[in-house]
Write a protein that binds this ligand. Sequence first.
Ligand SMILES: [Zn+2]
Length: 251
Amino acid sequence: MIVKQCIFTANGAYKAHKHIKPIGIVVHSTGCNNEMLRRYVQPTSANADYKEIIADLGKNVYNNHLNQEYINGVYNDICMHAFIGKNDKGKVETYQTLPYDYACWGCGSGCKGSFNYDPTAHIQFEICEDGLTDKAYFTNAFNEAIEYCAYLCDKLGLKSESIVSHKEASALGYASAHGDPENWLSRYGKDMDWFRTQVKNKMKKMTADDKTKTIYRVQVGAYANEANAKAFLKKVKKAGFTNAFITKVEV
Ligand SMILES: [Zn+2]
């Protein structure tokens, strides 16, 4: 999958740089009728990819996005690790907004503690809600979230069982009282057990392309003379090793 980056370097959570070792994932949905990523995600002018990201997401003309310490004079205490929503062309995309070893300001806290911080820190992301009546968007957005969770689990060594909703995190005593994203899932007869099963199935089907690619090189010969190297390559290819190639090493 493609995860684009727009790290919220101007957000207080990034500046606080509280280190975490995530043990799970919290899934949120925004609770506002605005599925456009640009409502929340914008680069600062210091971002090297500024033009590219603005071209992709469009400009937030209200300047109420979350990549700032103060939003119209009010301290911004929200920062997620990622957002899923629509780009300017209406395509569903994932944007990472905080490094995965930084504590986010996501679910708040409950009677037992907070899933924002160690020893119970979780990766947390928002799915941008629309009016909750567009089934095509629901399907696309949650498919993206399922794929993203499978990617995160693989990358961070987490299990699909470690994924909870904000609502579940609250019931466990580690988050503020919210009902997301069950408020959205329930409209289409789905729940978090369904979500976790989808992630588990996705992880089973993950191809090498879904994971970080590692190329292993096998060397079968080394020649100081190029003609000899070429002759040997021909021989190797004839023997069936059609992907063999010559690399030059300065000695
Ligand atoms: Zn939430």
